[in-house]
Write a protein that binds this ligand. Structure first.
Ligand code: SER
Length: 894
């Protein structure tokens, strides 16, 4: 039974039993930040199980595309591991439970093939149940399975979860006994190769959290309803129904494997016996290729493209593994995917016709990626080969870590490939040395980043200051000025200074400061510090090492020395504008989550005077209407004039209060929480407006993608937002004036005018063509007779160029009686140059006249075309008439 037929029967069985047939979700798991790819049939239904959304149906069935890569190294080595696979599933959302799920599965499995079932021998079916699930055991017995083929198993095998927080439950699995040739008797406990699991019935009734492993997690509680989630591995059931050993040999995969074998001249399964094939490197590689090529096709089909991170990197790795496996099988002929991918397409298109329609795009990505990888391989291999022969001729047994590192760093040549090729030549690689160099490079990267932030690669001067005097006290939450003492002066080069004078650029450390150091997306304060008779202008403030705030400043006048008392004063207007932006960011964040869901988490932000940038995770563009709603709601919060309050509390308490925290950020036990009334609550160290009303106005300007799954909105706040709107208003009023309509009709009028312009251009085009072509018949009628050839030589009307000239030549030629040999030459002048087109009809060609020869003759070799039509140009415009004469002469002398 073909795989497509198995899918059809599965869906038909459940549709007949009242299930809605639901299409597969695309492979990228865009709704769940914890998952890269959909890895089970139930993923698209998670919100239904959790009671977060009301399902439009109570029962559903689907064939879901899935991807699992944790076991990628097992692919090809066992009969069960594939990266891409499909899962047939039936689902109940609070409708039926075990009592119906078990008989439904049994019925389809055992119903005879001629009556639409899978016709499995009931004697060969086994079931497992969760330890204490007596209820399931009773239902199995009643359904027809004898007690001796029902096995109790523990959490590891019979409690199913996604491996992340979410719905979960005990399960019952169906196994098929493939017979003694696969292994010993005794049921699934004894041998899972002989007893192949083909269907998992999950009794979804709990929500879990704190997932450490498959067996260690906390149960949050019962789900709102008792649900069913079943998953039948389509490739597994297909391998059973088709009587083949493993999933690479079913109808949807085998042809890819066969093609790879053909290309590389290998005979799949040449080794007799199952065990031999399982471990034979050639067979393993062929299976890897079959699996990975199909997976690449499905991934690109669902919009994933190769890249260096996230989903794109998974794809890249899979494709590279396939290309390398081909190479290791001896394929040397360049790209292999053009040979393999179309086979995969033909295998999958019966179920996924969109793959065939979209194949141009899919193959472009795939072939491009392979080309790039082959280039890497080629350059790397040459260098590696040289290094290998040098090592060997020097009598060494091991390739240096430096060489492996250079290959990786300069040529992007993967280390595992270096290891493999070296091993083929009987050499080791100094892996410890390689790892050390990698670590050093990482450390350098960090130091560079540090140097960019601090201006110093070496932080010891800062550490010294910190050790001597302890952390700087930041007082800027409540003060904008502060009496303080100069604790240290540093030069921008990093050394401590004893004094600085007018014009010097310094770094100033104070005991106490109201200056906010750049952090949490908030820009630093600016302002002045006066010391004795001196004054400094502060233009940047950074926390260079945790706890130490330095002011980057220019000495405007006087002298400054450590130990002197100082008066620090920030630019209050700037600070207020920044604080307003920061509060606005919290409001936008909270509101985005309300409209787009909890997964719209912050990925970055910038709070600058009067404007903000907010980056967040969400799969696609935010519709314009949603942005409008977000903007409106944010502004309503401003009008409510909520109090903004900041307080310090324990991390636990903040969590209990539901404060939003940034993913991946480390927090201490004590955290600062900023809340805007009851509307938004977030962990934050920044400064804020005192009340939401102070923000005045928030105007969202734009929304755009800045990377896969990350979007950015930019907005203006306060007077900047107002000025923007005021400018827009002036602009619209000006347009309205120009178009002589009221403001609200401007868009309509512009649309109208653009339409009219387009029509007028079309009309103009038509007239020009008529003008150029209109004279064709008259010109043909005036053809000169030159030794039996009708010759027309004419200059095109002014302004005619390119296409027009060619068309005119052809038109004239078409108006001459085809029985007469005819040559038409049209010269044109445009942009100070003369050009020539010659058209020759078949009767004249029979006489040996060729358009290309005539053009080249007239233009001394320049020009191109064929016997029928040719053109050339480049002479000064005043040569146009001479060109025609030259052609005429050539015809007359032919
Ligand atoms: N969610 C279960 C599985 O993936 C059943 O669909 O096995």
């Amino acid at each position: 039974m073909r795989t497509a037929e198995i899918k059809r029967r599965f869906l038909a069985h459940f549709e007949a039993n009242g299930h809605a047939v639901v299409p597969s979700a695309p492979l990228p798991a865009i709704e769940d930040p914890n998952l890269l790819f959909i890895n089970a049939g139930m993923v698209q239904f998670v919100p239904f199980f959790l009671g977060q959304r009301t399902p439009p149906y109570e029962r559903a069935a689907s064939v879901q595309k899935c991807l699992r890569t944790p076991d990628i190294d097992e692919v090809g080595k066992t009969s069960r591991h594939g990266t891409f696979f499909q899962m047939n599933g039936n689902f109940s959302f609070g409708d039926y439970f075990k009592e119906r799920a078990i008989p439904l599965a049994w019925e389809l499995s055992t119903k005879p093939v001629e009556r639409g079932g899978f016709g499995m021998d009931p004697e060969r079916i086994w079931a497992t149940v969760y330890l204490d699930d007596d209820e399931a055991i009773e239902i199995w017995k009643k359904t027809g399975l004898p007690a001796e083929r029902i096995v109790r198993r523990g959490k590891k095998d019979n409690f199913w979860s996604m491996g992340i927080p979410g719905p979960a439950g005990p399960c019952s699995e169906l196994y098929f006994d493939r017979g003694p040739q696969y292994g010993p008797e005794g049921g699934p406990e004894v041998d899972e190769d002989r007893y192949l699991e083909f269907w998992n019935l999950v009794f979804m009734q709990y929500e879990i959290t704190n997932v450490v492993s498959k067996e260690v997690f906390d149960i949050v509680g019962e789900l709102p309803a008792k649900n069913i989630d079943t998953g039948m591995g389509l490739e597994r059931i297909a391998s059973i129904m088709q009587g083949v050993d493993n999933l690479y040999e079913i109808d949807e995969v085998r042809p890819i494997l066969a093609r790879a074998a053909e290309l590389t001249g290998k005979r799949y399964g040449a080794q007799s016996g199952r065990a031999a094939s399982q471990s034979h490197p050639d067979d393993v590689r062929l299976r890897v290729i079959a699996d990975h090529v199909r997976t690449a096709l499905m991934l690109i089909g669902d919009g994933v493209t190769p890249s260096n991170e996230g989903r794109g990197y998974v794809l890249r790795r899979i494709m590279r593994r396939a290309v390398r496996a081909m190479r290791l099988l001896g394929w040397q002929e360049g790209p292999s995917l053009p040979e393999l991918l179309p086979v995969a397409r033909d295998c999958m298109a019966p179920s996924y016709p969109e793959l065939a329609e979209d194949f141009d795009r899919i193959s472009q990505y795939a072939y491009g990626e392979e080309e790039a990888f082959l280039t890497t391989l080629r350059s790397g291999t040459t260098i590696l080969d040289t290094a290998i022969s040098q090592t060997r001729s020097a009598g060494g047994g091991s390739l240096s870590g430096a060489k492996a590192f250079q290959l990786h760093d300069t040529y992007g040549f993967p280390i595992d490939l270096t290891l493999e090729i070296a091993a083929e030549h009987g050499l080791d690689v100094d892996q410890a040395g390689f790892r050390r160099l990698m670590a050093e490079q990482r450390a350098r990267g960090k130091a560079d980043a540090q140097a960019r932030k601090t201006g110093h690669a070496d932080l010891s001067a800062y550490r010294g200051v910190l050790d001597d005097g302890g952390p700087t006290h930041f007082t800027g939450y409540s003060e904008v000025t502060r009496e303080s003492t100069v604790r240290a002066l540093l030069s921008r080069a990093g050394g401590e200074l004893r004094a600085a004078g007018e014009g010097d650029e310094v770094e100033l450390v104070l005991d106490h400061t109201p200056f906010y150091a750049e952090g949490g997306g908030q820009q630093p304060d600016q302002g002045t510090v006066t010391v004795g008779g001196g004054e400094l202008e502060v233009y940047d403030v950074q926390q260079v090492v945790p706890g130490l705030i330095v002011h980057r400043a220019r000495v405007l006048r006087g002298e400054v020395r450590p130990g002197e008392s100082a008066y620090a004063s920030i630019d209050v207007t700037r600070r207020r504008a920044i604080s307003r932006a920061h509060t606005a960011t919290h409001l936008v964040h909270q509101t985005m989550r309300e409209f787009l869901g909890e997964s719209a988490t912050q990925a970055g932000s910038l709070n600058a005077p009067g404007r903000l940038r907010f980056d967040f995770n969400t799969p696609g563009a935010v519709p314009f209407s949603v942005l409008n709603d977000v903007e409106q709601q944010v502004n309503e919060v401003l009008l409510s004039d909520l109090e903004v309050r900041a307080f310090v509390t324990s991390l636990d308490e903040a969590r209990r209060l539901g404060a939003m925290a940034l993913f991946g950020e480390k927090y201490g036990d004590e955290v600062r929480v900023v809340e805007v009334g009851d509307y938004a609550r977030e962990l934050c160290g920044g400064t804020h407006a005192a009340r939401s009303g102070q923000l005045g106005l928030v105007k969202i300007l734009s929304e755009a993608s800045i990377g896969s799954g990350v979007r950015r909105v930019e907005a203006l706040v306060g007077i900047d937002a107002f000025s923007y709107l005021a400018r827009e208003h002036v602009l619209v009023s000006r347009l309205a004036e120009l178009f002589r309509v009221p403001n609200e009709q401007v868009a309509e009028r512009v649309e109208q005018t653009v339409g009219q312009l387009r029509d007028a251009e079309k009309e103009l085009e038509k007239l020009r063509a008529q003008l150029v072509l209109g004279g064709a018949a008259a010109l043909a009628a005036q053809a000169k007779e030159l030794r039996g050839v009708a010759f027309v030589g004419t200059e095109a009307p002014e302004g005619a160029a390119g296409n027009d000239v060619r068309t005119l030549a052809q038109e004239i030629r078409g108006k001459v009686d085809p029985a007469r040999p005819a040559v038409v030459a049209v010269a044109a002048r445009a942009n100070g140059k003369a050009s020539l087109v010659v058209a020759v009809n078949p009767a004249a060609r029979q006489r040996g006249l060729a358009a290309a020869d005539l053009v080249k003759g007239a233009l001394s070799g320049r020009g191109g075309g064929n016997a029928d039509l040719a053109q050339g140009g480049g002479l000064p415009a005043n040569e146009a008439a001479n060109l025609l004469l030259a052609v005429e002469k050539a015809v007359a002398e032919s």
